[in-house]
Design a protein around this ligand. Structure first.
Ligand code: SAH
Length: 456
């Protein structure tokens, strides 16, 4: 397995500093599954190439897998020694760990700067064909050359599932290494090593800065986490939470003091709950519990419940509220539980008000009717307080191309929201009053739309 990293940044030999590997030396790094060797086939001022060669030892690898009960021959005889794969991603992360962190004391400016790079992997398993390589790397600014490798040069058997991959672009070296670290196993789609509980953390650490914006982030997340539904859901929710900060960062800065939009949203929802005189509230899709924290501060509320489909979010919420440390009487007011709003659940019923804050747009449009039925038809609280973005406002955000959050499935204009609200009211016997939250633009309206539904 071979990966080469070439730069034409002058002086090109600075690559040695950035990678923390001297161009004059050949260095070996032992891995649990083989040996990684780093050397420089070319190193002059104008062009410098570092090569990482990974020699996989299938016997050592199979033997070190004490957890596996699978002693099949395929563990010993397979393409691992020859084809770049997830193992190359692992070796790369280990051998270039400092470079991947973007640290270079002697050349920090250069480590922070995009430089011309060419990454080449002569044999790379690529499930789904070379098209997938384009979809994964092009949005990151790479020019992709993925040439399918024929099964046999002489016989007309067609292409194998391997490609020769060359990426060229002007990219920060740390970003390039992190992208490869995540995307090699994604292309390979079979992880050859034990997946630990911290797999989602690893993904977010390597991918946090670029994965959020990537149009294929779902595919990447799912394949990286070896198609585990639970881990994928967790990762996507946490990415969406990173997106919250993106949204705040995108907020146009009006003159004078600025209150973050999510704080304005909390204030608005709390004011509505007060108006309604609600004494029991269920926050449906409570996420990390920021609103719950504000609700807990209100002595007028006897019963506060948070629901989310994501166990990670619920853990964050529990920690934020300090449930463990809370006095018993205080803790009795609060309940957190895991639940999906698309399925009937008796525990959603019996509240004065339900809050759906920035939740509906995270749900596929074809599943929205299920939520309408569960919330308005079955739980039937006296009031529903619902917020969602106003898509008309989006062009006020500089640099926003798609939706406000990468996890959003849709965003409604004011007219679309009004139409939806009216229909839900007609079907389930509610009336609605629509308001805006945030600074109002005369043409586009407010950034957030608020619907206050009352049971008729
Ligand atoms: N209400 C919070 C979080 C919004 S993010 C806030 O405004 O800050 C959307 C949340 O909805 C996420 O936490 C996500 O896990 C949750 N969610 C999405 N689909 C859901 C479903 N079908 N059932 C329950 N929760 C869901």
């Amino acid at each position: 397995m071979l990966l080469t990293i070439t730069t034409t940044h002058v002086p090109a030999t600075d690559l040695g500093h950035l990678l923390h590997k001297h161009p004059d030396r050949v260095q070996e790094f032992r891995q649990s599954f083989g040996t990684a060797t780093v050397f420089y086939p070319e190193a002059d001022d104008r062009r410098c190439t570092a090569a990482l060669v990974l020699d996989v030892d299938p016997v050592r690898m199979a033997r070190s897998r004490t957890k596996s009960a699978d002693f099949s021959l395929a563990q010993y005889v397979n393409d691992r020694p020859y084809a770049a794969s997830s193992l190359l991603g692992v070796a790369l992360a280990d051998v270039f760990s400092t470079a991947r962190a973007g640290i270079c004391k002697s050349r920090q400016d250069l480590a922070d700067t995009p430089i011309p790079l060419e990454l080449a992997i002569p044999v790379l398993p690529c499930r789904g064909g070379s098209d997938v390589a384009h979809r994964l790397f092009e949005p990151l600014g790479w020019t992709v050359d993925a040439v399918p490798i024929p099964l046999d040069d002489d016989l007309d058997w067609g292409d194998s599932r391997y490609v020769r991959l060359t990426l060229s672009g002007t990219v920060r070296l740390a970003d390039a290494l992190n992208q490869l670290h995540v995307l090699l196993p994604v292309l390979d789609e079979s992880k050859h090593y034990w997946q630990g509980a911290d797999e989602v953390d690893k993904l977010l650490r390597s991918g946090g800065s670029w994965l959020l914006e990537h149009p294929e982030r779902e595919l990447i997340t799912r394949r990286y986490l070896a198609r585990s539904d639970r881990l994928t859901a967790d990762a996507l929710v946490r990415l969406a939470e990173l997106g919250d900060d993106v949204e705040e960062a995108l907020e146009p800065e009006p003159s004078g003091r600025r209150v973050a939009l999510n704080v304005q949203r909390h204030d608005a929802v709390l004011a509505v709950l007060e108006e309604l005189g609600a004494r029991s509230v269920i926050d449906l899709g409570c996420g990390g519990g920021r609103l719950l924290q504000r609700l807990v501060e209100r002595p007028g509320l006897d019963r506060i419940t948070g629901v989310d489909v994501s166990s990670t979010s619920l853990r964050v919420a529990g920690r934020r509220l300090g449930l463990e440390r809370m006095a018993e009487r205080q803790a009795e007011r609060i309940t957190l539980f895991q639940g999906a709003l698309t399925y009937t659940d008796e525990r959603f019923a019996g509240y004065d008000a339900a809050v759906l804050m920035e939740v509906v747009e995270h749900v596929d449009p074809e599943r929205l009717p299920a939520i309408e039925r569960v919330v308005f038809g079955q739980a039937r609280p006296a009031a529903v307080v619902l917020t969602t973005p106003n898509s008309e406002y989006n062009d006020r955000y500089d640099g926003l191309a798609g939706f406000r959050h990468p996890d959003h499935r849709f965003e409604w204009s004011r007219a679309e929201f009004a139409t939806w609200c009216e229909r839900v009211c007609a079907e389930h016997g509610y009336t609605v009053e629509i308001r805006g939250i945030g600074d109002v633009d005369p043409d586009r309206g407010a950034p957030t739309q608020l619907g206050v539904f009352r049971r008729a």
